[in-house]
Design a protein around this ligand. Sequence first.
Ligand code: DGL
Length: 270
Amino acid sequence: MKSNDHAPIGVFDSGVGGLSVLSASLNNLPNESYLYLADSAYAPYGDKSDKEIRQRVHQVVSYLIERGAKAIVIACNTATAAAVHECREAFSLPIIGVEPGLKPAIKASHSKRVGVLATQYTVESLKFQRLVSQLNQQAESITALGCPGLVELIENPNTTDQQLSELLSPFIEQFESAEIDTLALGCTHYGFVEKEISALFTKPVQVIDTSESIAHEIKRRLKEQSLLSQSRLNSRVELLTTGKDRDVLLELANRLIQFDGDVTPIEVAK
Ligand code: DGL
């Protein structure tokens, strides 16, 4: 056991999306403390340039390390695609990223015709393109679509079902034309509208969520480094935001992890 095993795990996303990963981590690693940072002032990441995302991720990771994090979870597909490799080179602590669940989607699919819905950045990223080429042989077809605007709708507490349906319908039509039977949600925000997405399909489609497997990966990496906390005493969750999404963050955190604290507004130096 290392002396900093009680230090928090730093988890971040461009907003509320990573809370799904936080929730699965809390279920699997209840002894740990967590510092969750919603970088909403900078959201969405998905329509920024490669350089902008990489710089921002570097700043956020540095911030979490300064706050004492013993490991970092990049609970954002976009940020992972842009910067996970470079962060692992720049920082010596364990850094766990996420990627669209294409592999589990192909495994679960009967027809081997699968879809991925993610941010435009993730779909076009080299990391995702490599994943597609690795798995292409195992699938009949892979339809990967970027969905600009969906993160903003999810972050906005006033979004109506009508707005969601208008934005999503053209994408669902493309998935239906490709006759997919399984859909991987390649953005951690999208799980919060899984019901709405499923309801727009005319035939049932399996939706793949990777939060559970990410939580197992976090556990594996912490164990490997002897960083697992041994007791629940002093374990706590702290929520931080750089933006104005306090209410959405609190509502979701309350629903997902029964969080009854407050959200601390912070600034991450540019
Ligand atoms: N939750 C992030 C992801 O998984 C959203 C990215 C964004 O802000 O565009 O990709």
